[in-house]
Design a protein around this ligand. Sequence first.
Ligand code: AMP
Length: 283
Amino acid sequence: MNYNNKNKLKDELNLLRASGYSIGFVPTMGALHQGHISLMELALQSCDQVVVSIYVNPTQFDNSEDLAKYPNQLDQDLSLIKASFSDDQIIVYTPLTQDIYGDEPQSKHYDFGDLGLQMEGAQRPGHFDGVGTILEYFFELIQPDMAFFGEKDFQQLLIVRELVRQLELSVKIVGCPIARDSVGLALSSRNARLSEQGKITATAINKSLHVMKEGFLTATIDELLATAREFLDHTTGIETEYVSIVDEQTLRPVSSKAPGLPIRAFVVAHIEGVRLIDNMKLN
Ligand code: AMP
């Protein structure tokens, strides 16, 4: 089933809830791939009915060119869902911008504390305000029991948990593992914009994360950062935006490896004008 009318969606969900169905929610921006499908599969393991939203949210783009180039392929997305699940398992919601924002797409403002100031928060001003705004709308409309987010956007996952805490919502937020292709490249809608050579080049991002993971026990944090940067700098065709090693609970950069501290590395790099992100737990 595919809805773009929010009232019809609401009515359908009310009927399902009245029959005792639990509702899972997977928000996406479309150009679906197996990473998105893996989230839907996980959602179906825990919930009776899953709602998938497909909407390229304008307010979370800090760069209008990036927004204009974002892939848009609704028919293909619906076919992929149809080929992957039976008809009654997934409800697709393709909202209308007017319903969400009225005439002028604008973000609300949130204070996510330090979580919103690091990495993507620092590099993409207003990004998490846009994410918060669209998710607040979706959570209010859909009232899911559980919502599923990829660790691919690890900072977003923590921001969503913080949003839910601040709004005192009862939805359970579930983090899902990063789906990768056979050579380790994290699946992303943006990969569709890469040439075959670009995809090969992009595997250096994942390799640089492995370099840090493999060196974790023997090298200092500064050495790990330097080695990953050097590895990326020596790969033709990559422009590194940042490499960070952070406490995975606060996302604050770490300078040493305190015992028991969960540490995660993040890389953002540009290949053929496409901005790609990836991360990996180091310990
Ligand atoms: P997007 O369509 O890029 O906004 O992503 C929608 C959801 O899918 C987000 O929760 C992402 O973190 C998740 N996602 C995107 N790529 C992957 C991936 N390779 N593995 C797992 N989850 C992913």
